[in-house]
Design a protein around this ligand. Structure first.
Ligand SMILES: [Zn+2]
Length: 431
């Protein structure tokens, strides 16, 4: 017991030590010398590059001459990359393999306690090189993600740039907590809404309280049909989904759909959402529509592997069957030319696991290392409408820069070894 406590304290203190930001004075430029630098637009690596940074932004990138400006941060043995972007996280969730894990967090932990834990999740994201995240709902913790985003932006706590979805929504009877006696009032992981007018009202309410994104859960109760297709029960009606999409877009925001199987994906794609989350099964016809409409696919492969065994043991073997179906869908999506953005669902699995475990799985399922890397930089920035701020190392962008020893285009697993993290010109980790 005591040993466990000591090791926890050690981890906590080293995380804190690594997240004390350091930066030069505002007027003087900071320079980083990179042995190699990844250009996310061209997909090329350039050797011996010098990055100039002023007031949190990149002001120039050029071939390094000799001597280097005094005080240059020397990363000559490293590859510099734009800060990574995870477009599907849950900072307020700490793993939920089974319903018990989930119910416990909502029933026995206060939102205040969960928000404190979320600050630690944010530090972990930053420490792993994810300088921007899209956090896709708080799982019953209200608008705590809005507050965390604001606290990070105001410099109160360290963390990545956050785009947040706040409460998300689903229909009555579809989202945990479920299974309690009718006379017992229990919290739910989302805002429950029924009918197009109420959906529209919920979108308005969530945006007014600070949500950047809207999220809808469009299917549930998955089963594999005889012909191998993963089917579901769609939650919202097409009419309700159209109302959600219309109201979100009308207010110049974007909408993500948790959609894992045939009918949910189809309804969401037809309604015109901006991203399909998970997408374990997507029909060829819907992939074609996604490519035509520019709807992003955020596949979240690792979390499926993480929860499959546990959920199968708890009586739902479909989660094991879904892995193969997911791989097949991913390969068909690649072939169909659907835009794919990196997203992991971390929080659905333990935050102590580096979400970069997703990269080798994307390559295993058919991407090149370059495609996997672009999904977490260029593509993810596009999905978030942040291409003018993040996703590449070039003048005018935020100085969000990470580095690894090794070449990620040869070994994408090297992305789990990020040892330098800068966000907005401040260093949070260095080799
Ligand atoms: Zn999720």
């Amino acid at each position: 017991m005591q040993k466990a406590i000591l090791s926890f304290l050690f981890v906590a203190s080293s995380v804190l030590a690594q997240t004390q930001p350091t930066s030069s004075t505002a007027s003087e430029p900071t320079y980083i010398f990179c042995g190699s630098l990844f250009n996310s637009a061209s997909g090329q690596l350039a050797s011996r590059q010098l990055i100039e940074i002023r007031e949190g932004k990149i002001t120039g990138v050029r071939s390094a001459g000799q001597p280097l400006p005094s005080g240059t941060i020397d990363l000559q043995n490293e590859t510099c990359l734009p800060g990574l972007i995870d477009t599907h996280t849950h900072v307020l969730l700490q793993g939920d393999i089974t319903a018990e894990d989930y119910d416990k967090q909502l029933l026995k932990e206060s939102i205040a306690y969960r928000a404190i834990q979320a600050t630690q999740s944010a530090v972990r994201a930053l420490n792993n090189g994810f300088t921007t995240i899209r956090d896709l709902e708080t799982e019953g913790a209200g608008y705590a993600d809005v507050d965390l985003r604001n606290a990070i932006n105001r410099g109160i706590v360290p963390g990545p740039r956050m785009k947040v979805a706040s409460r998300a929504m689903d229909v009555t009877g579809s989202y945990p907590l479920l299974g309690y006696a009718p006379e017992v009032q229990v919290p739910h992981g989302v805002e429950l809404v029924d009918g197009p007018d109420n959906v529209r009202k919920a979108v308005r309410e969530q945006l007014s309280y600070g949500a950047d994104w809207i999220k809808v859960y469009v299917d549930r109760s998955y089963y594999v049909r005889q012909d191998g297709v993963l089917d579901d029960i769609p939650t919202f009606t097409p009419e309700e989904l159209r109302a959600a999409v219309d109201e979100t877009h009308r207010q110049r925001h974007k909408i993500a759909a948790h959609a894992m199987a045939l009918q949910g994906v189809h309804n969401a794609v037809e309604a015109g959402v901006d991203s399909i989350e998970h997408g374990n099964y997507i029909s060829d016809a819907d992939l074609k529509t996604m490519a035509a409409k520019g709807i992003y696919y955020v596949p979240t492969i690792y979390v499926g592997e993480y929860v499959a065994e546990g959920r199968a043991k708890a009586g739902a073997p479909v989660w094991l069957q879904m892995l193969k179906i997911h791989e097949d869908t991913f390969r068909r999506a690649l072939k169909a030319g659907v835009k794919i953005a990196f997203g992991t669902d971390v929080g659905g699995f333990d935050w102590k696991i580096d979400p970069a475990v997703e990269f080798p799985l994307m390559v295993k399922y058919g991407m090149t290392p370059l495609q996997a890397l672009q999904s977490a930089t260029k593509n993810a920035a596009e999905l978030l409408n942040m291409s003018d701020q993040v996703g590449s190392i070039e003048a005018g962008k935020f100085a969000d820069i990470v580095a690894i020893p090794g070449n990620p285009l040869e070994d994408v697993g090297a992305l789990q070894k990020i040892d330098f993290v800068m966000k907005g010109g401040q260093i949070y980790k260095k080799p």
